[in-house]
Design a protein around this ligand. Sequence first.
Ligand code: PLP
Length: 391
Amino acid sequence: MNTSKRLEGIGEYYFSKKLREIDELNRQGKNVINLGIGSPDQPPHPEVIKVLQEESAKPNVHGYQSYKGSPILRKSVAAWYRQWYGVELDPETEILPLIGSKEGIMHICMTYLDEGDGALVPNPGYPTYRSAVKLAGGTCLDYTLSGAKGWLPDFDELDRLAEAQGRIKLMWVNYPHMPTGKLPDRGLFERLVAFGKKHRILICHDNPYSFILNDSPMSLLSTEGAKEVVIELNSLSKSQNMAGWRVGTLAGAKQRIDEVLRFKSNMDSGMFLPLQLAAAKALSLGKEWYESVNNVYRARRVVVLELLEQLGCTFSREQAGLFVWARVPTAYKDGYALSDRVLESAGVFITPGGIFGPAGEGYVRVSLCCTVEKLQESIQRVRGAGICSNQ
Ligand SMILES: Cc1ncc(COP(=O)(O)O)c(C=O)c1O
């Protein structure tokens, strides 16, 4: 059976393939330490689990749920946006709960892109933007982020692209940026909103990392006039330790939410109610929760930096999010070469930066979702394999 044309040029997701390879190495007894994926290894807050347990024991919570989510979850998202980002959202009309923000990326592309429509995607950037644009029939137009420019968009390049390519409808943006860990500032957010308005491009901000190793979470929607041109995805996967629960949100003007719901309501139904209520609880947690999550990552980051130094990599210490992004030493052709060497000789997997786009090729990304003990063991293995900073 031939697969559809829309799957041409879309490979299996890199990690889906790589995890199979790592499983095979483990079957051969390699016991690989996986520092690839950003899946938090700590549990959610106990109160969150308690809500799920108590609510799911009730007899009347097992039916289909509203397509636009429980009002309790939507109200708690609105309160969370107000408390942490200073953004006012109408819980009735400006919030759409999602089964994780990854599905939201696809829904947005399917809602707005016709065959041949352009979408700006960051290079390097989260690979799903690129595949979702292609699956929806759109055309990806890369905007390059470079270390030399502090991993920020070059707005002159963006203006040129927007003027040369008539039909750009969307721009994918993500700050704190994955994989580079670059934090946003007000100036960047103002320029993005102005750019969207000038060229009539919908700015889609993907914001899952704003609470991780960052004391000042920001929403692009807090920029003046943003709702005219911005929609924002958020997620409970990273900051609430709920990656496997699959809960995210889309926020934006009523009209945008209605448009995306037109597509999404044809694809799935509302999430299991106890899960939505537990998610609402997670969003009501105070400062101590985020501090406890970040204390764990801060301690791990110290060891990850030591590992990267052992590998001869260079990096900025100002990164937010669940990873450290680092430049590979010149002895290696690129991040793939370093990643392969470390996997083959030390049984440690680190992500080659090239999977995030050609501009990431000279880099690797190391996840903080691994215990200090395992990270220390990774350093021992790398040393034991004779991989050191001068080779
Ligand atoms: C930049 C970025 N956006 C979105 C996601 C997906 O998050 P979710 O679990 O909410 O689908 C990830 C997960 O790795 C990510 O790194």
